[in-house]
Design a protein around this ligand. Structure first.
Ligand SMILES: Cc1cc2nc3c(=O)[nH]c(=O)nc-3n(C[C@H](O)[C@H](O)[C@H](O)COP(=O)(O)O)c2cc1C
Length: 203
């Protein structure tokens, strides 16, 4: 816990990165933090798009309203997530995911269907899908910080441009978050946080 909290404490939204590449094994470890993240019904509706070449990074920078973290980061990861179309209980995606779990696929789908209907009827499926991506993002950012790699979550992007850059169809995919990763070229910024007693209630 101490090590984990230390990574949390020292992660900060880094705006300017050094021109130092992220070693491939550490990049893979960051991606593994995303992969191991929990998702609703274990559906893993995400995909991690590693933006590494200078050409795609330049285009991503422009799609992110020329924000400095994306402009200076040696790697950015775009977390894309499926749209509501993919989540139909009878669809190929849900079946493929469901088949991996112990127990019968029919039981998995019967269990999932009620929640799917609830989400769908309240028009929340796309938002629910996007929120899964944020969990993976948080784990990747904390994991990176544990080895001295900083990050900046970027919600300021033009989704149409990012999807076009990735060659993805907005019928099927949406962008949850862009995350810039790298070694910081600026000092760590101290945490500004409300005290726990303001944020926590016990019942
Ligand atoms: C979902 C999300 C979206 C964010 N979008 C941006 C952004 O577009 N541009 C930016 O410079 N910072 C962005 N940030 C960084 C936050 O401003 C920053 O995390 C917050 O001020 C707390 O600071 P800290 O991360 O250094 O503790 C974003 C953070 C989160 C969690």
């Amino acid at each position: 816990m101490e090590e984990f909290l230390s990574a949390m404490q020292h992660r900060f939204a880094c705006k300017r990165f050094a021109d130092t590449p992220i070693p491939p094994d550490l990049l893979e470890a960051i991606l593994a933090c995303g992969r191991l993240s929990p998702s609703s019904f274990g559906l893993e509706g995400w995909h991690f798009q590693v933006m590494a070449s200078s050409e795609v990074r330049q285009k991503l920078f422009e799609a992110c309203f020329s924000q400095e973290p994306v402009g200076t980061a040696p790697i950015s990861i775009v977390i894309t997530v499926r749209t509501s179309h993919a989540y139909h209980p009878e669809g190929a995606f849900v079946r493929q995911r469901g088949e991996r779990f112990p127990g019968s696929l029919e039981d998995y789908i019967a269990d999932y269907r009620g929640y799917y209907d609830f989400l769908n009827e309240s028009g929340r499926t796309d938002c629910w899908s996007r929120s899964q991506g944020y969990i993976a993002a948080a784990n990747m950012m904390t994991g990176a910080a544990s080895v001295g790699i900083q990050s900046c979550a970027i919600e300021g992007f033009d989704e149409t441009q990012v999807l076009a850059l990735l060659g993805l169809d907005r019928q099927n995919w949406q962008v949850a978050l862009v995350i810039a990763f790298g070694y910081p070229a600026e000092p760590e910024r101290p945490k500004i946080r409300e005290p726990l007693h303001e944020l926590v209630s016990y019942f």
